[in-house]
Design a protein around this ligand. Structure first.
Ligand SMILES: Cc1cc2nc3c(=O)[nH]c(=O)nc-3n(C[C@H](O)[C@H](O)[C@H](O)COP(=O)(O)O)c2cc1C
Length: 364
């Protein structure tokens, strides 16, 4: 009997049935020993919620504001590449789904649909994620197109001077399906992403050729000079870097270890979040991603101080399962689970989800 997914893990199982093994590995895998992938989950699994009782929880609204934009819940789509690998509708499906659910969608630089097509399909807020390319003219062009198409922020991913050693991709000789392209970038710039060679990841080879590993704090001024859009840094894991980012006037931070796909082992997102929130001390919104697989995880991240929580792999699972409606269903589920947790934890408003609402296990 086909049963509609009733938890995030159900989407994972449904997606696995649909995806080719090498695409599944590309999505699911991490780098190195995949220790960080596991640690991201373990950190949430070890959190204990501390309920308050005798609190009026007859309504628990989840709506919030992020950088001046209303969201139905403090949730969003983390930037991921090539959604057409998961479903023929690609990022257009994701935009429909995220818009229907009223959540943020951070579009990946390596989207397989154009920024303009995605914007036309979106009914909710969009941000655009960028990697630091040697070809600065390409970054400038993308930023200008993002402004015209109505994107509301630029997200610079700063944890990827090169690609982590993702052993599954190396073993599979992974290359992007020739029918799926990075629709916003010239084909000549992207040619190597399709190359399949044993022992090689085409994604890693491509990044080695095109990413600029010389990026430092001083370069932020150049990006700032391109547009008046807010600039958000993704991939911050320490209080030191968070302070530095605030000193450089960034508008937001995304605490992330890239879903365990870059440095491995490293700090699980939830623990890094606590450190970053303390360092930032309210100077800008702090978002987080990595290992969030249910409404209780969202609640935990909010208690530790996240403004909004981004979802990576589960969005691709939902897209693979059922396109845009799948993505809308995933976020409706997460929103309902969050609302349910707020009620049972005696925190009827987002502002009530304080640090005392969760006890994080000590590390080790
Ligand atoms: C298949 C895949 C592709 C990704 N592509 C990008 C990308 O293009 N840019 C980026 O900043 N992060 C990328 N990420 C990282 C995500 O934005 C996010 O940090 C991570 O998936 C969150 O962890 P989760 O998958 O456990 O939710 C990718 C992640 C996956 C799984």
């Amino acid at each position: 009997v086909a049963v509609a997914p009733i938890c995030v893990e159900d989407f994972r199982r449904l997606a696995r049935e649909k995806l080719a093994p090498d695409v599944w590995d590309y999505i699911e895998g991490g780098s190195g020993g995949e220790l960080t992938v596991a640690a991201n989950r373990r950190a949430f699994e070890r959190a204990e919620l501390r309920p308050r009782v005798m609190v009026d929880v007859s309504t628990c609204p989840t709506g919030t504001e992020l950088l001046g934009t209303h969201l139905s819940a403090p949730l969003g789509v983390a930037p991921t590449a090539y959604h057409e690998l998961a479903h023929a509708d690609g990022e257009v499906g994701t935009a429909h789904g995220a818009g229907t659910a009223g959540v943020l969608y951070v579009v990946g630089m390596f989207a397989s649909r154009t920024l303009e097509e995605i914007a036309a399909a979106a009914t909710g807020p969009l941000w655009l994620q960028l990697y630091w390319l040697r070809r600065r003219d390409v970054l400038a062009d993308l930023a200008a197109r993002a402004v015209t198409a109505g994107y509301r922020a630029l997200v610079l991913t700063v944890d990827a001077p090169r690609i982590g050693r993702r052993l599954r991709d190396l073993r599979n000789g992974f290359g992007v399906d020739p029918d799926v392209d990075a629709a916003n970038l010239d084909a000549d710039l992207m040619a190597t992403t399709h190359r399949r060679r044993t022992g090689e990841s085409a994604i890693a080879v491509h990044a080695a050729e095109t990413f600029d590993a010389s990026l430092t704090w001083a370069d932020l001024a150049w990006l700032r000079g391109l547009t008046a859009l807010p600039i958000v840094l993704k991939g911050i894991l320490t209080g030191e870097d968070a302070r530095r980012a605030v000193d450089h006037g960034v508008d937001g931070l995304i605490v992330s270890n890239h879903g365990g796909r870059q440095l491995d082992p490293t700090t699980p997102s939830l623990h890094a979040l606590a450190e970053v929130v303390a360092a930032v001390d309210g100077a800008c919104p702090v978002l987080v991603d990595g290992g969030v697989r249910g409404g209780t995880d969202v609640f935990t991240a909010l208690a530790v101080g996240a403004s909004t929580v981004l979802i990576g792999r589960p969005v691709l699972w939902a897209l693979a399962h059922d396109g845009g409606p799948g993505v809308a269903g995933l976020f409706a589920l997460l929103r309902e689970e969050l609302e349910h947790t707020m009620a049972l934890a005696g925190r009827p408003r987002l502002a009530d989800i304080d640090r005392a609402a969760v006890r994080l296990d000590r590390r080790g």
